[in-house]
Design a protein around this ligand. Sequence first.
Ligand code: ATP
Ligand code: FE
Length: 337
Amino acid sequence: PIILGIESSCDDTSAAVVCGRKLLSNVIASQAVHSAYGGVVPELASRAHQQNIVPVVSEAIKRAGITKSDIDAIGFTRGPGLLGSLLVGNGFAKGLSMSIGAPLVEVNHLHAHVLAHFLYEEGEEDHAPEFPYLCLLVSGGNSQILVVKSPFDMECIGQTIDDAAGEAFDKCAKVMGLGYPGGPIVNKLANIGNAKAFTFAKPNVPGYDYSFSGLKTSFLYTLRDELEKDANFIEDNKADLCASLQSTVIDILMKKLRKASKDLGIKRVAVAGGVSANTGLRAAFEDHRDRYGWNIFIPKFAYTTDNAAMVAVTAQFKYLAGETCPLNLPPFARVTV
Ligand code: ATP
Ligand code: FE
C-alpha cells in the first residue's frame, strides 16, 4: 500500500510517502526559531507547524511521484509530544482523510522511532531485524530498553527514572553555553577531545533502568568548582568536557544493554531515536558487535531524529493488519511504549 506519514510531535514538521516498507520521499522542515531560546517553545512550535504543514506534505507527495488519489492511508503521530504541535498534524491528517477518502492510522511516536529500521530505499538492501530483538531507544524525551517481539508488541524492560540521555546532552551543553540542541554539538566537540580527561558520576540503579540526573549534577559541580579557580575553564576544556560527558553517557547506556542481551540471550540489538545519531554510541555498538557477536542495527542518520518516514512505515504495518482509526481521536501528550 501507499501510505502518507505525518509527524508533528515536537519541533520538526515532516511528511513522507512509503510504498510498503520502501521509502518514496521524506521531507523535514526543522524550526530554527527555538535556538534563540535554548529549547523548544511550544507555542512557537505549533505556529511553525501551521506554516510548514501544507508545503511539506505537498512536497512529499510531489517527490514521491504520486498524486493524492494514490494514497491508501494516512499515518499520523497521535502522541506522545507537545499537544499544540500534535494538534496541527492530527488536524491536517483528519482534514486530508476526509477530502481524499483515505483512512487514518494513528501512530505512537516511540513505536515509530523503533520501527525506523524497517525502512529501505530504492537500490538499497533491506536489512530489517528479525524478531525478537532488543532496541535501545534514546531520544530527547526517552531512554528505554525494549524487547521488540513484533511491530505491535514491544515490551519496555527498562527506562530512565529521571532524565533522558538526549536531555542529559542538551542540559550539559546548555550550562557550557553551547546552544540548542546540544547533542550534536557535544558530539562534534567530543570527536576532538580526550574522553579520559574528566570523571563524572555513573549512577547505580537496579535492573535495566537508567538515571542521568546524577551525571548532570556531577557535571555541573565540576564546572562550578573549576570555574572558581579558573574563569576560562569551560572555554579551555570544552572538547575534553564533551568527550568525557559523551563517553560517560555511552558507558551508562551500554552497560544495561549488555546485561539485557546477556540475561535474555538476545544478540540482535538495535538503537533508535535522536541520540542514535551520536557517532560515539554508533562506534560502541560496532565494538559490541566485534566483542560479543552482536548483530547490530544502526539507523541511517536521516531516520534518527524526528521524521515522518518512520511514521509512514509504522502506519503501513498497522494498515496491513486492518488497524485504521476513527476521525475523532484526540492527540495524547504522554505515554511510554
Ligand atoms: P521523543 O522522541 O522522546 O519524544 P524527541 O522527539 O524530542 O523526543 P528526537 O528528535 O528523537 O527526540 O531526538 C532529539 C534528541 O537527540 C536531542 O536531545 C538531541 O540533542 C539528541 N541528539 C541528536 N543528535 C545527537 C548526537 N549526534 N549526539 C547526541 N545526541 C544527539
Ligand atoms: Fe522523537
